[in-house]
Design a protein around this ligand. Structure first.
Ligand code: GDP
Length: 359
């Protein structure tokens, strides 16, 4: 499944948020085919009301949501890119995730020490951003050295090396300016040529502004949140406001009391749902469903994937041996009430090797 890495300076609320994620995952565990959760990995289902509607129509024995794996990458501190402490190990963990969630402290609490002495979202974001930038710069320098020597064997690989060089030169310039690699406009060919480097600042970041529970209903009134919003748009990143404290308290309540608790705070939904949705939208992810008596299941694909690629998410054999897929748009299926009825009305579609449409 999709991997999101939680990073942030010490004492900003990472473990509080991560533990809430794990508790949430445990509560849903009955729906999941997997049960082993490593100490720093938590898996949660992606909330999607369509899953249950489909499952009811098909009288499925179970409904399996799409899932996101949250990885707690604690220990990313100033100096990580210089290999201080365990720094480099943490950076290599970040290399493996699809997106980064940086928890940023926006709550005041004199009892909880801030590493820099005061709540300062800009400095928190700069510190982590710089570590990622340094690490990328270092990697690019090394790669450029190799590219200088490297003699491509044929014209195709020569073209690719040229594209890589040109892309890396522009990225290096942006990084020197403190800007992330993702801010550089690249062609698809260039993107492909540098993919193997897994640059850290290429990964989408969502800033998770951790606010006091009293501010959850109106996060905009918190000047720290405003600061994070501005930085997020500058750095082409997403932002989600949550209260890690509230998420943690929610997991201790029986489910029937949760709605009431959220209402008392002036919000209608837990922040975790928002966080998952933001991750989905930032990564350009889409969902399709398979639905039958045995199970209704949500599958995650990237926007723009072809039908065979989408089928390959279920099993790689489906991609290799793909002939065609029979699909029905969600609204059509629900309106018709069954696959047979949808077929009769001619609402069934056939997807061959063309682009997969949004359901
Ligand atoms: P980490 O070092 O980033 O993993 O931070 P922790 O999750 O351990 O949190 C550090 C301290 O801040 C703990 O005592 C938490 O209870 C507290 N904390 C976390 N989130 C909030 C919050 O939203 N409001 C308040 N007041 N305290 C919080």
């Amino acid at each position: 499944s999709l991997k999101a890495g939680i990073v942030g300076l010490p004492n900003v609320g990472k473990s509080t948020l991560f533990n809430a994620v794990v508790e949430n995952g445990k509560a849903q565990a009955a729906n999941f085919p997997f049960c082993t959760i490593e100490p720093n990995v938590g898996i949660v289902g992606v909330p999607d009301p369509r899953l249950h509607v489909l499952s009811d129509i098909s009288k499925s024995q179970r409904a399996v949501p799409a899932s996101i794996e949250f990885v707690d990458i604690a220990g990313l501190v100033k100096g990580a890119s210089q290999g201080e402490g365990l720094g480099n190990k943490f950076l290599s963990h970040i290399r493996e995730v699809d997106s980064i969630l940086q928890v940023v402290r926006c709550f005041e609490d004199n009892d909880i020490v801030h590493v820099n002495g005061k709540v300062d979202p800009k400095s928190d974001i700069d510190v982590i951003n710089l570590e990622l930038v340094f690490s990328d710069l270092d990697q690019i320098e090394k790669r450029m050295e190799k590219l200088k020597k490297g003699k491509a064997k044929d014209s195709q690989s020569k073209l690719k090396e040229e594209a890589e060089k040109s892309a890396l030169e522009r990225i290096r310039e942006a990084l020197m300016d403190g800007k992330p690699a993702r801010s550089v406009t690249l062609t698809d060919f260039e993107k492909d040529a540098i993919k193997h480097l897994c640059l850290l600042t290429m990964k989408p970041i969502i800033y998770v502004a951790n606010v006091a529970e009293s501010e959850l209903a109106e996060p905009g009134s918190n000047p720290y949140v405003k600061e994070v919003m501005n930085l997020a748009s500058e750095l082409q990143s997403g932002i989600v406001t949550i209260s890690a404290q509230v998420e943690s308290e929610l997991t201790e309540l029986p489910s029937e009391e949760r709605t009431e608790f959220l209402k008392s705070l002036g919000v209608s939904e837990s922040g975790l749902g928002n966080l998952i949705r933001a991750t989905y939208s930032l990564l350009g992810l889409r969902t399709y469903f398979t639905s039958g008596e045995k199970e209704t299941k949500a599958w995650t694909i990237l926007a723009g994937m072809t039908a065979p690629q989408a089928a390959g998410v279920i099993h790689s054999d489906f991609e290799k041996g793909f002939i065609r897929a029979e699909t029905v748009a969600y609204d059509d299926f629900v309106a018709a009430g069954s696959l047979a009825a949808a077929r009769e009305k001619g609402l069934r579609r056939e997807e061959c090797v063309k682009l997969f449409r949004e359901f």
